[in-house]
Ligand binder design. Sequence first.
Ligand code: ATP
Ligand code: MG
Length: 371
Amino acid sequence: MEQRAQEELLSLFRDAMKVGGAAIEMRLRRFVSLVRPFDEALAKAVAPLVTGTRSLRREPPEIAQPVDADTKLPLVRVEHPTPGRATPLLSPSLQAEVDRIVHERRSADRLAAAGLMPVRSVLMSGPPGVGKTMTAGWLAQRLDLPLYTLDLASVMSSFLGKTGANVRSVLNHAQERPCVLLLDEFDSIAKRRDDDTDVGELKRLVTVILQTIDDWTPTSLLVAATNHGELLDQAVWRRFDVTLPFDMPAREQRAALLSSRDVVRPVAEAVAAVTDRIPLSALSRAVDTARKQALLEGREFEEALISWAASAMPQTTGSTRTTTKGRRDIDVYLHHCRGLSARDIAELVGTSHMTVVRIVKRLKGEIDAGA
Ligand SMILES: Nc1ncnc2c1ncn2[C@@H]1O[C@H](COP(=O)(O)OP(=O)(O)OP(=O)(O)O)[C@@H](O)[C@H]1O
Ligand SMILES: [Mg+2]
């Protein structure tokens, strides 16, 4: 089955399993057995979804997640990441670090036999929308562990007497059973400890959290994420076994994301070339929007995406001479979509008529990307 269709199908099944119920589970099992003779890979991808929910059901929710002592409301978001999730696109150095974490955690027994511990704590820092949360979920999936997410910003903003007790209970709970605990918006709690606007109780809580990171048991993986690494002092950074600095995506990552979303290569490359400083989350949303525009407004998908890219460029294009190749390509294509002749476009962007014809053909996928 085509990969995107398979991802959609898996996501549909996951949603169905959230609703749950014996009937859905039975039908899903039946689907697996029916499809296996024709599509072994699909059967393999779907089977764990059923198993995953079963094991989830074996544990009553009150044991599976920490709750507020008074209200019984859950203190964390619990997910059981299942196979079939999209893989985060990371820079080679970040990917190597993430792979090392997985390798160490999977080899915990061998390391323990030699008196060594696997990575226990990770600090992810970087701008919004670059894949920190996604990578935490992906780590949980690779390690076959539930993902607990505690949003520290909302915890701290409504700081009441019992917040400290709740945070402690989450930390204790996460150490008692194997999981990946994501402390999101970590900077909201681990601010510089010399910040004297902090009230005493908050300060004590910060101290407890920092102490917990120091003594974290290797059973679970602690992942902290922040958009404001600069707010954390060096003593906090040093406490983590691994630090993962997420950066704005490089051009190759932007192109890879667009390709993974089925954007044809020349368009993916032209768009990637002009979307410097745009996070992958925004690119991903732009693809969705362009597809909807294509469907509802009768526009061409490529034209809608390229128009978005042009508007996202630092300076919008006009009759000015283009500075980069990708930018020139975008200009040419947009003028073409507006109905200008190749000759007029050539004059506007300062290139030859033949080049304009070639760029348009390339972006339309009519000739090879290299041409
Ligand atoms: N590295 C990446 N690879 C693939 N997709 C990505 C990547 N980064 C972001 N995305 C897309 O953007 C969405 C949002 O990313 P994510 O929530 O992981 O960002 P974040 O770094 O945690 O942002 P924030 O700091 O705002 O929490 C993802 O679900 C995915 O669709
Ligand atoms: Mg996030």
